[in-house]
Design a binder for this molecule. Sequence first.
Ligand SMILES: Cc1ncc(COP(=O)(O)O)c(C=O)c1O
Length: 385
Amino acid sequence: MFPRKGASEREVLEELEKKTSQDLTFDSGRILGSMCTQPHPLAIEVVRRYIDRNLGDPGLHVGSRKIEEEVIEMLSNLLGLEKGYGHVVSGGTEANILAVRAFRNLSDVEKPELIIPESAHFSFLKAGEMLGVRLVRARLKEDYSVDVKDVENRISEDTIGIVGIAGTTGLGVVDDIPSLSDLALDYGLPLHVDAAFGGFVIPFAKELGYDLPDFDFRLRGVMSVTIDPHKMGMVPIPAGGIIFREKKFLEAISVPAPYLAGGKVWQATITGTRPGANTLAVWAMIKHLGFEGYREIVKTAMELSRWFAGELKRIPGVYLIREPVLNIVSFGTPNLEEVEEKLKERGWGISAHRGYIRIVIMPHVRREHLEEFLRDLRSALLEKG
Ligand SMILES: Cc1ncc(COP(=O)(O)O)c(C=O)c1O
């Protein structure tokens, strides 16, 4: 009910505290199945200070607009491009929708089709439905990466683009983006790489010596990349990222916004009014951590993932779906749903809806949390049946 009389600030805060006490929090270490994390304190401070900035009306917040441009330049550089074009957006979903929208608007086919791996995130379902683009799914190989031959077989006259994934949602698998890029070049099609998760992992993991393929603009066929600071970038939600190789992609999705207080602009994002503070937080985090800071975060997460995978393999009945590629470890157990329920009862934020339990070793997850989880998993397995 909409209250007639207002309550005091204290009362409101107390009520909120009570109501949110049911929430799992990242700092408890109990959330093991999410790609979000406890934001860095500096990023929280930046959001607090600049909470009123609206990048939907950049003429009013010229300084913030310039900072967004710097963010796009820094993200482009991370992804192997001197100058890219894009925006900090609400998340990987919006970024993927923008990429599909650009590919569709630049194509001239009547019944547009997009080829996506079977492992693609459900955001492409939204993109397909909203944009009138038919999704054509390509098979996966035994290692759960997309079968590039199957992608090729599915190219038709109506294909507007191809999608590859650098860090799948379920297993963290990185598709063979170099081959997809060659294929895209051969057929004159644009390739979009969904690195919503992997974008803030792979560049650092590669420098640490992990054997991962190129996945970004270093490959000539790659025309756009999704990269989300609100996942491994340590920035508060919402902060996704879309980068295009050329300006024409951004122009193809820009509409005139004539009535804004700050003057007429062209707007490409799905959201109109959008938070400048989070973009400033992305800028702050990149400046503060630098490549080396992120590399250390990724090093810890990757090492912990390999240790955890090793521990899982020692539990009778438990099996890995595949060896971890990034900092995601997914495993199966006998009576999976029962085990999932028992773990949830013990307060763990996990899910088994894909047919396995997926643990994302985000920066808030520490070894002691995983040790406790392993103890609970063992006891849940013993209890069953
Ligand atoms: C590979 C991939 N793409 C896109 C998304 C969507 O991102 P968001 O939830 O920020 O919209 C996710 C989210 O998990 C993802 O894993």
